[in-house]
Ligand binder design. Sequence first.
Ligand SMILES: Cc1cc2nc3c(=O)[nH]c(=O)nc-3n(C[C@H](O)[C@H](O)[C@H](O)COP(=O)(O)OP(=O)(O)OC[C@H]3O[C@@H](n4cnc5c(N)ncnc54)[C@H](O)[C@@H]3O)c2cc1C
Length: 218
Amino acid sequence: MSTAPSARTRLSRKPARGAHDRETIDAILDEALVAHLGLAIDGLPYVVPTLHARVGDTLYFHGSAGSRTLRALASGAPACITVTLIDGLVLARSAVHHSVNYRSVIVFGQASPVDTPDERQAALQAFMDRLLPGRWDEVRAPTNKELLVTSVLSIPLTETSAKVRSGPPLDDEDDYSLNVWAGIVPLALHASPPIPDTRLQKGIQPSPVVEGLLSRHA
Ligand SMILES: Cc1cc2nc3c(=O)[nH]c(=O)nc-3n(C[C@H](O)[C@H](O)[C@H](O)COP(=O)(O)OP(=O)(O)OC[C@H]3O[C@@H](n4cnc5c(N)ncnc54)[C@H](O)[C@@H]3O)c2cc1C
């Protein structure tokens, strides 16, 4: 499915790197662990790093019901969310052509509070599942009291864009003869062996769910 670009999501700079199809957009949203949520509060801009979770055509945010950012978002403040994955350093033969390979998404929209218990539960489970699939079933479920102080907000994925840079450095033709190493240094997020909590009950080993994280982020 492709979302037609709006006046805001049509790329003017390097449009060939842009995409508006949901397959590209969803894959980036689902892989990224962190989103940056931008909005104006009392006329001043704030960009706040936060977790996000996508379920179908909806992007969810959650946090303390007392969070200033979430309260502003819940009151209908227009938001701009960016999500970025870094795939590598692009080392060119000249300073100005250095770059990074990346996949990024921008989402524009206004949030709505998620009030129905089923949708709240599904959203909260989605947050955990995307960090560590299967973990929800291993841990204590949230109590009603915990749910009461948790704000869950949704933004529909209707006005979005992706931008992707991949491939080698793009040097000026004359520079290809320079004696300077050029190429890509791939970068990736990876997991290290789990470190047990100091207050862990004796004899508890990481579950297959936890171990699975190592193979997914090897
Ligand atoms: C990790 C990273 C590093 C970058 N470093 C630089 C840098 O150093 N200098 C630089 O000029 N640019 C950099 N970019 C590209 C930058 O994000 C912008 O795309 C670029 O600066 C053009 O900005 P613009 O406002 O002219 O975009 P326009 O093309 O005018 O933006 C119009 C619309 O296109 C979409 N769009 C634009 N950029 C993106 C994006 N990155 N992801 C998703 N949708 C997008 C949005 O919907 C936006 O509203 C970087 C991007 C990433 C992800």
